[in-house]
Design a protein around this ligand. Structure first.
Ligand code: SF4
Ligand code: SF4
Ligand code: SF4
Length: 246
């Protein structure tokens, strides 16, 4: 399942977008293939977010900006919220919008300069120096995560890069470590999924639509979400962009 070669097939699928393909081939050459991922099911980890516990204090967002020395206008974490019902029965639900760290990550396949790569925990890391800001990852991301912006006269892509420095030292990502509400956890992916399923059973008593998001999408995500409502309420239903461009 984890064996993925560079998507020459996908490049051909988007061949109608000739400018894009031209850019890709300029940098990759037709025959080049991506290195095989070095993560396995046993080494994969995930961030688990229990959205029912989040108090939307934005401490995770600020910790992330500090840790990654981001320009103030850039943020790797955004929130999607939805209000339902009417007074006095109003519900407020939210979810996190950031890189989902897809196991099957089309951004990695498409990047013409290999600025994006999978780490041994399955997270999608990136090399900002290599990025040329072409935006091809943004076109292919099923979740519309990458943001292209100009900083110091250079176009770059911005997204959560999975705190590679911290997790390779055995630490938690900065956002997880900062959460004051115990909404964020980090650990082996199977442990996170089991914890999510157990929590959802509790939540279903009050929220019948409670569900775990991220177990199957893109062969499994590195950001697992415990949601109180349907994923589509949070714009989480991913789009098969490759197919739509074919
Ligand atoms: S994992 Fe690291 S880079 Fe990603 S959102 Fe959390 S703090 Fe930011
Ligand atoms: S969510 Fe988008 S940017 Fe993140 S790994 Fe998946 S395809 Fe790449
Ligand atoms: S914007 Fe950067 S990371 Fe995205 S595909 Fe282009 S070079 Fe790769």
């Amino acid at each position: 399942m984890l064996e993925k070669k560079i998507d020459r097939r996908n490049l051909l699928k988007i061949g109608t977008t000739s400018a894009v393909v031209g850019t890709a081939l300029l940098f990759t050459g037709c025959e080049e293939e991506a290195a095989a991922p070095i993560f396995t099911d046993a080494t994969k980890t995930a961030i688990l977010m229990d959205t029912s516990l989040c108090v939307e204090c934005h401490a995770c967002r600020v910790a992330c900006q500090n840790h990654n020395a981001l320009p103030v206008e850039q943020s790797y974490i955004k929130f999607e919220s939805v209000e339902k019902g009417s007074f006095p029965k109003v519900e407020y639900h939210l979810s996190r919008n950031s890189c989902m760290h897809c196991t099957d990550a089309p951004c990695v396949d498409i990047c013409p300069v290999k600025a994006l790569y999978k780490g041994d925990t399955g997270f999608t890391h990136m090399n900002y120096d290599a990025c040329i800001g072409c935006g091809m990852c943004k076109m292919q991301c099923p979740y519309d995560v990458p943001v292209i912006a100009e900083v110091d006269s250079a176009r770059k892509m911005f997204k959560c890069q999975g705190c590679e420095d911290l997790i390779t030292e055995g630490q938690e990502p900065a956002c997880v470590n900062t959460c004051i509400a115990n909404s964020l956890k980090y650990g082996p992916v199977e442990e996170m999924i089991d914890a999510a399923k157990a929590r959802v059973e509790v939540l279903k008593v009050k929220y019948p639509k409670a569900n775990v998001y991220g177990v199957t999408q893109q062969d499994g995500l590195g950001l697992i979400l415990i949601l109180r409502d349907d994923a589509k309420e949070f714009k989480l239903v991913y789009k098969d962009k490759v197919t739509s461009l074919a």
